[in-house]
Write a protein that binds this ligand. Structure first.
Ligand SMILES: Cc1ncc(COP(=O)(O)O)c(C=O)c1O
Length: 793
């Protein structure tokens, strides 16, 4: 037993001498109805019982720990006035807190179509709550003797979900690369860590070359050779900086183990010898100063224009400088352009500018676009032959859990009790093909607190090769990572971190396995709903409507140059115009459904209006103003009563500066505003995470969403027409209407002076002699309604 205590923590080993060992494997369960509290808190009784059970269980645990120790909170103490006062205060303040919390965003509702947020899973709430009572801190094993073990198990499960193979310990001992993952506070920290490790990895061979020259403790290894990425083999000591800055990832990561295995140098000795030469120790400036002219141009990292802000942040924090984060323009589908990337990488090759990393986003923040990861990996293979190498990081913070769609269930296949096909779909052919390459990315960010339906804070970073984590630690590396030492906290950016978050991920993965019928089922349903919503957006504006809706995702026929009108008709008639049952029994429609709409389940779209003569507005500023007005109606104002909101969406601005001309020009064209000079398009954004079927026996949520959107569009257009009238009257463009301007315009329209006086009296609320936009908007409709003025007389 004492031997066990000194080497605890093998997730699948013998750490637990009694009871059930936690593990993540097996069939899991199949019912989304049992996985969430529900839009009407339908599972409240179950949640309440299990929360009470967790409290009771925890209390027994406390009481059984040295029962002979004194009790401090006696029954007598509980009757003391100050105790009663404190308890009263707790109750009163809790109630006022609970009342204030009602101003929160109703993520659980089908009417919430905004950000990357939805209900959190019941297992995750219970896992979090149960573990929170123990308050484990996963920074170090001493403070988290149960949840650090869970973190290692969860890390492996995430790796498997994403397509990394977790080998048996024996195979690791034989040198097979083992992946590794851990929980972070979120995607931002995971992305920073990924760039941190990539930066250190880039410079490691250079540091080693310097250490080999200077450190007597490494003298036996002075002739150690390495393969360059273009296939030469040479001693590290003789290689120039360019070659060393372009070694292949696994060749760099193998170096510490090779020093031990081939030259008998212990990992502690390597760590000590390297410390005086490493980037981690010296900082970028000093390392480059020492290497002098040998270090070529400043290295860069490439991200798609749709990148999350965490990458410039990472570059700033890591001393790389955000100027060295280069945006790769996106194509018309908001996916990184491979052609542009290749050109930029070739420029680097020519200039001898090292590249840390190319980031492929798997589910972009604004439009859930999936970058061509497969092509990026192929491009790296090609360029390595010419001497350029880099790590490939997949930012799958949003999209990573969709990998569960492709992961077969474990254990026996349960009997499917459903009568027919289910309202679920898979990912498109293109997206599936990118996911099949995920296991070849060097690192992957994936956020359980996004598509894992788990409470904050729970992000994660997974490395294909566990040795990558040693690049960011100050500790001697474990040569064989199969040892799986329980020291997760030393490999990350954070200090203290909640073990409860890990327990939440663990329990959720245990009950809802990240396989096809578990999380895969949730995402297949969410995709079904999202694509149906896309079909509705394409279909809802009929020719008589004074608006059009243009989703950012193009139709397959637009991409391939096919029959766009025919495809639109098909979508209207066979997808949008059908009940769910009819749709499910139409194989042709079900085959098209995964191929339309966004790559995942975030849909961006913009509304444009038509003039009274039926012609489409061509002014981008006016279209943007309309979309902002719609967003204002469909978003929460701080402090507002949420019960007054009937649908909630989010918004974003897509700019040429970031997205590039190809994307913006194409989208402007589709929106009908290409003749406008503006380069930023305001869009609305709906994230569809709910797995509930939108059609119920009582009615269709899709119809509810359409009606709310229609209402918001109509009211915003009305308001916008008034803006336009105001602007027409405000001839000197000073933002207010003076008497002369009003007189001139209204007389031109044939109004009598008495009518105009009445209008001014009603509008000029503060009696300033001029009418502001707010005064105008407040009074104009009343005035029209009173019949005092007939618009367009
Ligand atoms: C693609 C992507 N990466 C990273 C992040 C950052 O994640 P977090 O907010 O958890 O730090 C986000 C957040 O929206 C994201 O969408």
């Amino acid at each position: 037993m004492s031997g066990e205590k000194s080497r605890p923590g093998k997730p699948n080993g013998k750490y637990f001498g009694f009871g059930e060992r936690p593990f993540l494997k097996g069939a899991g369960t199949r019912s989304p109805e049992a996985w969430f509290l529900g839009t009407k808190a339908e599972n409240a009784d179950e949640l309440e019982k299990l929360i009470v059970e967790a409290i009771r269980d925890h209390s027994f645990w406390r009481r059984n720990f040295h029962p002979q120790d004194p009790t401090h909170i006696t029954e007598q103490a509980k009757r003391h006035p100050s105790y009663l006062h404190a308890m009263d205060s707790l109750k009163d303040n809790l109630r006022s807190l609970m009342s204030f919390l009602k101003k929160s965003v109703p993520f659980f509702s089908g009417r919430y179509q905004g950000h990357m947020n939805w209900d959190t899973s019941l297992p995750s709430i219970l896992g979090y709550f149960a573990a929170m009572l123990y308050n484990p801190n996963n920074v170090a094993f001493e403070g988290s003797t149960s949840t650090t073990i869970l973190e290692m198990i969860v890390g492996d499960d995430l790796c498997r979900m994403l397509g990394y193979t977790v080998p048996e310990d024996d195979d690791v001992a034989k040198g097979i690369v083992r992946p590794w993952g851990h929980i972070t506070s979120g995607g931002t920290v995971a992305n920073i860590e990924a760039i941190w490790s990539a930066r250190n990895l880039k410079f490691y061979p250079l540091s080693l070359r310097e250490a080999l020259k200077a450190e007597p403790s490494l003298s036996t290894a002075r002739d150690i050779e390495v393969n360059t990425c273009d296939g030469r083999r040479a001693p590290i000591a003789t290689l120039d900086a360019w070659s060393l800055l372009n070694l292949k990832v696994d060749d760099v990561l193998a170096l510490p183990a090779r020093l031990t295995e081939e030259y008998g140098i212990s990992s502690d000795t390597i760590t000590k010898a390297m410390s005086g030469h490493s980037l981690q120790h010296l900082g970028m400036q000093e390392l480059c100063r020492r290497c002098g002219a040998d270090v070529p141009a400043s290295p860069v990292l490439f991200v798609p224009a749709t990148k999350h802000y965490s990458f410039p942040k990472a570059a700033a924090v890591l001393g790389i400088g955000s100027a060295h984060v280069i945006d790769v323009p996106v194509d018309c589908d908001a996916r990184m352009s491979l052609a542009a990337l290749e050109k930029m990488l070739r420029d680097c090759l020519e200039e001898r500018r090292p590249v840390y990393t190319v980031v492929a986003v798997i589910g972009s923040t604004e439009e859930s676009a999936v970058d061509p990861l497969k092509g990026v990996l192929e491009l790296r293979n090609k360029l390595q032959k010419e001497g350029l190498s880099f790590t490939v990081h997949a930012d799958a913070a949003w999209g990573g859990y969709f990998a569960s769609i492709l992961r077969p269930d474990e254990g026996p296949r349960p009997r499917d009790e459903r009568a027919g096909p289910a309202p679920e779909i898979g990912m498109s052919g293109y997206v599936t093909s990118q996911f099949s390459a995920l296991g070849r990315a060097d690192s992957i960010t994936v956020d359980p607190h996004k598509s894992g339906y788990i409470p904050y804070p729970a992000g994660a970073l997974c490395y294909r090769n566990s040795a990558m984590r040693d690049m960011v630690t100050f500790k001697a590396p474990y040569i064989v990572h199969g040892e799986a030492e329980p020291n997760v906290g030393i490999y990350g950016l954070e200090g203290s971190k909640p073990g409860a978050a890990v327990a939440a991920v663990y329990l959720s993965h245990k009950v809802i396995r990240p396989t096809r019928s578990g999380y895969g089922q949730i995402h297949r349903r969410a995709l079904f709903n999202c694509k149906r919503f896309y079909a509705r957006l394409l279909s809802m504006a009929v020719p008589e409507d004074r608006f059009v809706i243009v989703p950012v995702p193009r139709l397959p026929a637009e991409v391939t140059g096919g029959e766009v009108e025919a495809e639109l008709r098909f979508i209207r008639e066979r997808i949008d115009g059908r009940s769910v049952d009819e749709l499910l029994s139409d194989p042709e429609a079900m085959a098209l459904l995964p191929e339309i709409g966004p790559d995942q389940n975030i849909l961006t779209y913009a509304v444009n209006f038509k003039h009274p003569d039926g012609s489409l507005n061509t002014n981008l500023d006016l279209a943007n103003r309309l979309n902002k007005a719609i967003y204002d109606r469909l978003s929460l104002d701080p402090g507002d009563d949420i019960y007054g909101y009937r649908m909630i969406v989010s918004t974003t601005d897509l700019s040429e500066e970031h997205y590039g001309r190809v994307f913006i020009d194409d989208y402007k064209r589709r929106l009908g505003v290409s003749s406008s000079s503006g380069t930023t398009v305001t869009v609305l954004r709906s994230t569809t995470m709910e797995p509930w079927i939108l059609e119920t026996p009582e009615g269709s949520m899709l119809d509810v969403l359409e009606n709310e959107l229609r209402d918001a569009i109509f009211k915003s257009m009305m308001r916008d027409s008034m803006f336009q009238i105001f602007e027409e009257i405000d001839t000197n463009r000073d933002g207010v209407l003076d008497v002369a301007e009003v007189m001139a315009k209204f007389r031109e329209k044939g109004y009598a002076d008495v009518e105009i006086d009445e209008f001014l009296r009603l509008c000029d609320i503060d009696r300033s002699g001029t009418v502001t936009m707010d005064e105008f908007l407040g009074a104009f409709s009343q005035f029209v309604a009173k019949g005092a003025l007939t618009v367009g007389r």
